[in-house]
Design a protein around this ligand. Structure first.
Ligand code: FES
Length: 171
């Protein structure tokens, strides 16, 4: 029997919902897991989540709208967030922004066609004395140079599927 993406998504939501006790408190963790694994929270996912938690789909939608880190649109495997706040601005974030846009062929707020990278602005991420700073997924990069941007993008492409960009790294 052919297992579709929707079948997999439904099975995951059922399993995660059960693990979370099937209660309303499981909603945000469930949304985060769906987004993390599938890159978006589709209408279908919202409906299944609502069914699993016995709540109305509108409630699921309103929670997604309230929390900016939850996103309905498909996003890349690597979400690059470049800090645009004043210290990083002075430290040269514009040059890095242009390079990121040129290298990826997208503007801020967009995702590459291959689903690999999403480019976003971030506000201060607390590394003001080590700017320019950027995040790739959960990993922090400081004193970012054009060369570093180039190398990191290469590393992301090369290790797609294997890289766990977690934690903080000083560069
Ligand atoms: S201003 Fe960029 S990290 Fe604070």
């Amino acid at each position: 029997m052919l297992v579709t993406e929707q079948d997999r998504l439904r099975d995951d939501i059922l399993a995660w919902g059960d693990a979370g006790g099937g209660s309303r408190e499981a909603l945000i963790p469930l949304l985060q897991r769906v987004q993390q694994k599938y890159g978006e929270i589709s209408d279908f996912a919202m409906q299944v989540i609502a069914d699993v938690l016995s709540i109305h789909p509108v409630e699921v939608q309103s929670v997604i709208s309230f929390y900016h880190f939850l996103d309905l649109s498909a996003r890349g495997k690597f979400i690059i967030r470049l800090c645009r706040t004043i210290s990083c601005d002075i430290a040269g974030k514009d040059r890095l922004a242009r390079q990121l846009e040129n290298d990826l062929g997208i503007s801020f707020g967009e995702t590459t066609n291959d689903g690999m990278f999403t480019l976003e602005w971030a506000n201060c991420i607390g590394m003001c004395d080590q700017g320019p700073a950027m995040l790739i997924n959960e990993k922090v990069f400081t004193r970012v140079t054009p060369e570093l941007v180039h190398n990191v993008l290469q590393a992301c492409r090369a290790s797609f599927g294997n890289i766990g960009l977690e934690g903080k790294e000083e560069l």
